[in-house]
Design a protein around this ligand. Structure first.
Ligand code: COA
Ligand code: AMP
Length: 634
């Protein structure tokens, strides 16, 4: 099947196309309607279909003879553990844990927050929630107590599942005290917290509220799948927007299962039974889609890796895991390969024979810069695919669809739109731009299955943030262009979202935290380029009168504050006190100008600027602090 034929069918006959893809799954009730609109006017896929996502991921395969096949391989260099779960074993554990949740009162439609490191119990908890027809919301372990509290208050979970600790490169992170602190801060109180105790650090439990995982499963009975409507939510995953309040992206059951199952073949070219490894974290969308749901629904073996690409113990880990488990497809963020290249530039830890089984390396999460593309291709000799997607879509909007047809790659491009996505480049008025012209990337509605139908509890935010900007389109928040061959080039965000080591973060949220400090009169956080992590946040701060002699200590306190409130993953390590911030005469901070100064780009001083001297002060300070600044444009 050629890409062009498939793409045209998905665009011109979406209902026939997706009905056919839906037939690949075992529904409890096959949908009689394929694409409809709900009472809010939102497009919905397979509205009257009934299914259960956990059933598709586990029971279906056991029923059809995959019970003894490996479903999940846990490889943890940080704890020296390797463990394989067959489909039957995973099903047993998931059904029993679903029994635990049920005992705690979780039923269809309830929410459960999961705050866990990369251990099999995180996957078990997700699938168990899905089994009950409930809705999980996984919070990435790198987020601090405040962020967790915000998500708890928004999702209102009946139960929270956590682990006693996570293990980072050089330290143990005690998760449970972070949860306790989050619950102190949150208004909402769950019925119970279930804690998986790890031997590296055991947590103390709060009587009457906390239960130990092992003890709870010892007395639980396995429970069966609850059928849900295709449009019932499977999960909420919070992601950064432009404001301080994270957005709860809602994923429904039916469209998600259909799209992921399709993508495993069309995009990743996998066969059931093969090993797929997404070196991400279950706290991110990549982890949801391609550590847990995609590979399992499709009948593959998934690898859950608790470690980093470097230093656990070295830059040869990715190659070791690929060889050890005969991984066919590896998926990771470009930053991981930049880290490996930095540690092992000649790839001395890589023996190409070890990668004999590996067919392709997919990258996403941030722009795949051409040098990283070239290096990875040269040292591995493999096909490298850059693909672009977002938490909101759940699967790739653009990719080299190698399961349909292998396109010639163009470094810097995430290739062509996946079938179902109609990608357009628009100007500020919403008019389509010709090839090669840069603008806002928007997706023509209806969006294909799996894309978000709403923001949890806030349909207006969904409409105003995504749909009203360009009527008839979903606005992606990314800018870029399409070339004459139809290849899409994503050049970066057009809003205040930044991407640090493949982690999506909001500068607006960081500004809210910085502004909490007593000494801060005004502030601005921008993303600056970083060789390893792609981007890093830089805080520019104006002090209140009377604090001038405390600049040094305030800078340090601000760094500590962001770490404490948002988490270490924000990598907020530079706060710079400045004498003034460049602003327009109407008082708007010139963020784009600041970004241009910091990245050494040419820039023009806008005629609306209030005080042109403010630019030179900042330029000088950035130079002093080693933030690369080039000559100013005339
Ligand atoms: N729980 C608790 N803390 C966490 C965490 C977690 N799950 N993940 C990260 N952190 C902490 C780290 O310990 C670190 O803390 P530190 O400032 O005390 O050192 C901080 O958050 C930043 O972490 P990270 O971005 O992982 O940086 P690093 O320097 O430890 O490692 C890389 C650098 C490049 C190896 C790492 O960023 C990486 O593997 N990136 C790939 C990311 C990825 O796969 N993203 C998925 C998108 S598809
Ligand atoms: P997240 O929702 O965390 O997956 O982050 C989505 C954002 O990451 C996108 O809006 C892009 O800004 C960026 N992104 C993801 N994949 C790519 C890619 N292949 N190329 C460029 N940017 C990407």
């Amino acid at each position: 099947m050629s890409y062009q034929t498939e793409y045209l069918r998905a665009s011109t006959q979406p209902e026939d196309f997706w009905k056919e893809k839906a037939q690949a799954l075992e529904w409890f009730k096959f949908p009689s309607t394929i694409l409809t609109q709900d009472e809010q006017g939102m497009d919905r896929w397979f509205a009257d279909g009934e299914l259960n996502t956990c059933y598709l991921a586990l029971d279906h395969h056991v029923k059809h003879g995959r019970g003894d096949q490996a479903a999940l391989i846990y490889d943890s260099p940080v704890t020296q553990t390797k463990q394989t779960y067959t489909y039957q074993e995973l099903l047993d554990q998931v059904s029993t844990f679903a029994g635990v949740l049920q005992q705690q009162g979780v039923t269809k439609g309830d929410t459960v927050v999961i705050y866990m490191p990369m251990i099999p119990q995180a996957t078990i908890a997700m699938l168990a929630v899905a089994r009950l027809g409930a809705i999980h919301s996984v919070v990435f372990g790198g987020f601090a107590a405040h962020e967790l509290a915000v998500r708890i208050d928004d999702a209102q979970p009946k139960v929270i599942v956590t682990a006693s600790c996570g293990i980072e490169i050089s330290r143990i992170i005690a998760y449970k005290p972070l949860l306790d602190e989050a619950l102190n801060q949150a208004v909402h109180t769950p019925n119970a917290c279930i804690v998986y105790q790890r031997e590296q650090q055991v947590a103390s439990l709060v009587e009457g509220r906390d239960l130990a995982w092992e003890e709870a499963i010892a007395v639980a009975s396995p429970c069966d799948c609850t059928p849900v409507k295709a449009t019932d939510p499977l999960y909420i995953l919070y992601t950064s927007g432009t404001t301080g309040k994270p957005k709860g992206v809602v994923r429904d059951n039916g469209g998600h299962a259909v799209a992921l199952n399709y993508s495993m073949q069309a995009i990743y070219n996998m066969q059931p039974g093969e090993v797929f490894w997404a070196a991400s974290d279950v706290g991110w969308v990549v982890g949801h889609s391609y550590i847990v749901y995609g590979p399992l629904i499709y009948g593959c073996t998934t690898v859950m890796y608790e470690g980093k690409p470097i230093m656990t113990p070295n830059a040869g880990e990715f190659w070791r895991v690929c060889k050890e488990y005969d991984v066919k497809t590896l998926f990771a963020a470009p930053t991981a390969f930049r880290a490996i290249r930095k540690e092992d530039p000649q790839a001395e830890l890589l023996n190409k024979d070890d990668l004999a089984g590996l067919r392709v390396i997919f990258m996403a999460g941030e722009r795949l810069d051409p040098p990283t593309y070239e290096w990875t291709k040269a040292v591995t000799g493999k096909c490298i695919v850059d693909h672009w997607w977002q938490t909101e879509t759940g699967w790739a909007i653009c990719a080299n669809p190698i399961g349909l047809e292998m396109k010639i790659a163009k470094p810097g491009s995430s290739t062509v739109p996946s079938p179902g996505f109609q990608v357009c480049v628009l100007d500020d008025q919403g008019e389509p731009l010709p090839p090669m012209e840069q603008g806002s990337i928007a997706l023509k509605r209806p969006l294909p299955p799996s894309c978000l139908p709403t923001i949890w509890g806030d349909i207006d935010r969904f409409k105003t943030g995504y749909l009203d900007v360009f009527p008839g389109y979903y606005t992606s928040g990314d800018g870029g262009y399409i070339d004459e061959d139809g290849y899409v080039f994503i050049m970066g965000r057009t809003d205040d979202v930044i991407n640090v080591a493949g982690h999506r973060l909001s500068t607006g949220e960081m500004e809210e935290v910085v502004a909490m400090h007593d000494a801060v009169a005004e502030c601005c956080v921008i993303g600056i380029n970083d060789e390893l992590k792609g981007q890093l946040p830089l805080g520019l701060v104006l002090l209140k009168n009377g604090y001038e002699d405390q600049a040094e200590s305030v800078q340090e306190e601000l760094i500590a504050l962001v770490r404490q409130e948002i988490g270490a993953l924000a990598c907020f390590k530079i706060a710079m006190v400045v004498p003034r911030l460049p602003k327009t005469r109407s008082g708007k901070i010139l963020r784009k100008l600041l970004r241009q100064i910091a990245s050494g780009e040419e820039f023009n001083v806008p005629s609306t600027i209030d005080d042109p001297n403010s630019i030179y002060d900042i330029q000088e300070l950035m130079a002093e602090r080693g933030i690369i600044v080039d000559k100013m444009a005339d």
